[in-house]
Design a binder for this molecule. Structure first.
Ligand code: BMA
Length: 873
């Protein structure tokens, strides 16, 4: 565990409270680093990682390019030293206390200040605050951090551990560690050791900010805005303020104010050390915070001021959304419910699973966070699940989710493994969990704490138990962790938020996950060669994971495999960026052969794989929504990638939208006409997530692919939020043409609103008789980009617009800026265009009109790629 060694040497600075509240001096920015056993120091950037500093200095190649990951495996076997010197600012020097604060050290780090060891840290998820004033000088301080190789530290633990339960995502073999899967011993992001969508790059470094914080007398250490009861009439909050005092203060005053509310003050005596002050706050007719689609994301600005003898000594402002959120688990006609109740109203969750945006976490900045959250909001998501093999995300991420109305299902950082949960490891986890609950619990977006990802499923379902005696001990530790310690912490520190021990999980179902009793990870239609319609045949109370893979976009691919000549899906470099292995590629190819089309070349394989993924998942989403009120949520695996790779992501690493991301925007609309088709019947449904019932006209048209309407049906339709409505059905056999020649288009026009439509082919693409469309496009320049209007003579499936080499913002060397936000996306893409129709889409682009026309290409799944047809020039 962390040993804070606080040195009691003579105090340099006298305690003149010249400044009212804590003052900060950032120690981010320029540092130096070296290999511990090397001689030369090189420039470093903090926050950062050893790898990114080595890349910046040209000492290693970018591990994301080609096979670069192989060449950097030595880095995690080495120790590294970071150091910087600094002087104290005048402001700080005048403070009685100076703390050195680390937001995150990855992972085994010894910190020395002016030659004195002040911290040994072994958990990247923990923040640290160390009283440092006794060691600081006005000038010429030296801060040094020694990072031990996580491999060297954890290998002995692996060797001493009695049983190895094979955390199978750990790619130890890629790190030259044979079968020694050491990841479970480190409190470090699991995916750094490799995942089935990620490389093995085991980082070290000062991954979050460092600063000095000076204060006098007392400071506000933490505030919890506990929402004891919230409804439309009143919100009863208890504001719990933790104050650290360096002496007894007989007359302190805490004042809590908030817009539109009479300030509440509390007079109190502070004792030296930690004090918790409790202030009740009542808000009449609160402006409630809602998730997207349900109402506004109202926020209150709370201000806490701490005074001593009338003088302001600290203050803090927090943006708080007032809401009640709970996960309802009640016995009902189907089994046991699993639905989120927000401000008393059940809400269907529409969203995705979220992984870290990069292996090198400090590269993910405000722009990148904003991009991924905006992209979730843009397609109507109201929930993201921060998955347990990554990290407790940056504060900014949660603030953006508060602002956009996206609820967060927050896993604790344990995934697909059994952990050595005892002794120091256990205390370390408890400290980590407490710190992160405290850090995140005030966010309106936090909707659920979840003990882990798939650890329960692994233990009971993946055949890992050995039958040896140690199994009993492992199970005891497992139960202690997820059934006792974590829920106890949540109940104490975040009692207004629900907890579940694992995902997937059902109450009595550790041994037998029951989809009628809890949430489900539905992977069979991906792992098994069965029809994708399996997604529509299954039922569960809540789908917290499911998905289908596709290749990354061609532009993304060209960044990591610059020589694309002769590439195909099985090329070595493509396989290298496919961590599901050959089996995953095979599954994609099988699916294309079974239900779509066999690609003629690799670019086509990419395109087809993406369309297939989009279609399959879109149908799954629609089916989950049609299942309301049995089902109350659907979270697609996954919204993002952490490097350029073939994966289940709906957006690739550069933030390029695959078809799936566009299709989610359609499938997540609050009012959705939807069709279910099997061999016998076509049924038409109306789904609504609106609070008020919707009523209007449903216009149903069966059309052939050449544009002939063969059957039309008009209905009056009505749907309420609580239940999807099956409106009408017809036997496939009684349709005027064979199913292979037809699609159905449903247009719902509510009485006082815009109409919305949806279409569905009646067979798989493979079985459909699709004529080859003649596509054409007109292009017009508009502000900041171009409008492209596409038209077709016959039904065009998956109309795909590409801007060759123009979707990523490139630097002078033709390289895209690393990360999740460099892509430009068409406003719509990969859409189905019925015969004789046209559609206009916009893309932001700085290309000149001539370049734009040169780069634009267009196709559908059965029409060949064409450059811009003559009509557009
Ligand atoms: C799920 C996740 C991940 C994994 C994904 C794809 O079960 O929890 O562990 O990456 O499937 O296989």
């Amino acid at each position: 565990m962390n040993k804070q060694i606080i040195c009691c040497a003579a105090i340099f600075f006298c305690c003149f409270a010249a400044f009212a509240s804590p003052s900060r001096q950032s120690l981010d920015g320029k540092w130096e680093f070296k290999q511990a056993r090397g001689f030369n120091y090189y420039p470093a950037v903090v926050p950062g990682t050893v790898h990114t500093d080595l890349i910046a200095e040209g000492l290693i190649e970018d591990p994301y390019i080609g096979f670069g990951e192989r060449a950097v495996q030595w880095v995690d076997k080495e120790d590294w030293i970071y150091r910087r010197s600094f002087d104290l600012s005048d402001e700080l020097a005048a403070c009685g206390h100076i703390d050195l604060c680390f937001d995150g050290l990855d992972t085994y780090a010894d910190v020395t200040l002016n030659g004195v060891r002040i911290l040994s840290s072994d958990n990247m998820f923990l923040r640290h605050r160390i009283q440092a004033d006794s060691l600081l000088k006005p000038e010429g301080n030296m801060l040094e951090i020694y990072f031990h190789s996580p491999v060297k530290v954890d290998m002995p633990k692996w060797e001493a551990y009695p049983v190895h339960y094979n955390p199978r995502n750990d790619q130890s073999e890629n790190g030259a560690l044979l079968d020694r899967k050491i990841s479970i011993f480190a409190r470090k992001a699991g995916y750094h050791y490799g995942w089935d969508w990620g490389p093995r790059i085991v980082t070290s470094g000062i991954w979050r900010s460092v600063c000095l914080e000076g204060w006098c007398d007392a400071r506000i250490d933490d505030i919890f805005y506990r929402q004891d009861s919230v409804d439309a009439r009143t919100a009863e909050l208890t504001v719990l303020v933790d104050v650290a005092a360096d002496r007894d203060i007989p007359s302190a005053e805490l004042r809590i104010s908030c817009d539109g509310i009479k300030p509440v003050s509390l007079k109190s005596t502070l004792r030296k050390g930690r004090n918790t002050l409790s202030v009740p706050v009542s808000i009449r007719k609160p402006r409630l915070w809602w998730c997207r689609g349900m109402g506004p994301q109202s926020m209150y600005s709370f201000n806490a001021e701490l005074r001593s003898g009338g003088k302001l000594i600290d203050s803090r402002t927090d943006s708080i959304g007032i809401r009640s959120i709970k996960l309802e688990r009640e016995d009902d006609a189907y089994g046991r419910s699993f639905r989120f109740i927000l401000n008393g109203i059940p809400v269907f969750m529409k969203g995705a699973n979220y992984i870290p945006n990069d292996v090198f976490l400090p590269r993910v900045g405000p722009q990148e966070y904003k991009r991924v959250v905006d992209d979730a909001a843009a397609v109507g998501m109201n929930m993201l699940r921060v998955w347990g093999g990554g990290v407790y995300e940056d504060d900014l991420f949660y603030s953006l989710c508060d602002r956009e109305g996206i609820l967060i299902w927050q896993d604790f950082m344990f995934s697909c493994s059994i952990y050595p949960y005892e002794g120091d490891f256990r205390s370390n986890v408890l400290a980590e969990a407490e710190d992160n609950i405290r850090r995140l619990r005030n966010h309106a977006s936090i909707a659920l704490w979840c003990g882990n990802n798939e650890c329960s499923d692994m233990w009971y379902g993946w055949g890992v138990q050995t039958g040896k005696d140690f199994d009993k001990e492992a199970l005891k530790q497992f139960n202690q962790q997820y059934y006792h310690d974590l829920p106890e912490l949540v109940a104490r520190l975040s009692p207004d938020i629900s907890y579940v021990p694992s995902s997937p999980w059902s109450p009595e179902g550790e041994r037998n996950l029951d989809p009628m009793m809890g949430d489900t990870h539905l992977w069979a239609p991906w792992t098994k060669r069965i029809p994708s319609s399996e997604f529509e045949r299954r039922h569960s109370r809540f789908y917290s994971e499911y998905g289908f893979q596709s290749f990354a976009g061609i532009e993304t691919l060209m960044q990591f495999a610059p020589d694309t000549t002769g590439l195909n899906a099985d090329s070595e470099v493509i396989m290298f960026h496919q961590r599901g292995g050959a089996a995953a590629n095979q599954r994609i190819m099988n699916k294309l052969a079974d239900e779509f089309l066999v690609p003629g070349n690799f670019p086509e394989a990419i395109y087809f794989s993406q369309i297939a993924q989009g279609d399959i998942v879109r149908r799954a989403i629609e089916s989950h929504r049609r299942d309301k009120p049995l089902c109350w949520g659907t979270l697609v695996w996954q919204i993002n990638d952490c490097w350029p790779v073939a994966s289940w992501a709906s957006r690739d690493w550069y933030g390029t939208w695959k078809p799936l991301h566009y299709y989610m925007r359609d499938a997540y609309r609050d009012v959705l006409p939807s069709a279910y088709v099997d061999k016998k019947e076509v049924s038409v449904w109306l789904v609504s997530d609106r609070q008020d019932p919707v009523e209007g006209k449903m216009h149903i048209v069966f059309e052939d692919y050449r544009g002939r309407k063969v059957l039309v049906k008009d209905l009056v339709a009505r749907a309420s939020c609580g239940e999807a409505q099956k409106l009408w059905s017809i036997a496939v056999g009684s349709l005027p043409l064979p199913a292979s020649e037809l699609f159905v288009r449903m247009t719902f026009t509510p009485s006082h609103d815009e109409s919305c439509s949806n279409l569905r082919m009646l067979t798989s693409v493979r079985d459909a008789v699709l004529p080859v469309p003649e596509l054409s496009a007109r292009v017009s320049k508009c502000e900041r980009g171009y409008e492209v209007t596409v038209s077709t003579d016959v039904f065009a499936k998956g109309v795909y617009l590409n801007l060759r080499g123009g979707l990523l913002a490139l630097d002078e060397d033709g390289k895209a800026r690393p990360g999740t936000c460099a892509a430009s996306n068409f406003s719509d893409n990969y859409f189905d265009l019925p015969a004789g129709e046209e559609k206009s889409v916009f893309i932001e682009s700085a290309l000149s009109p001539v370049e734009f026309l040169e780069k634009l290409e267009l196709r559908s799944i059965v029409s060949p790629t064409i450059s811009l047809p003559a009509s557009g020039r």
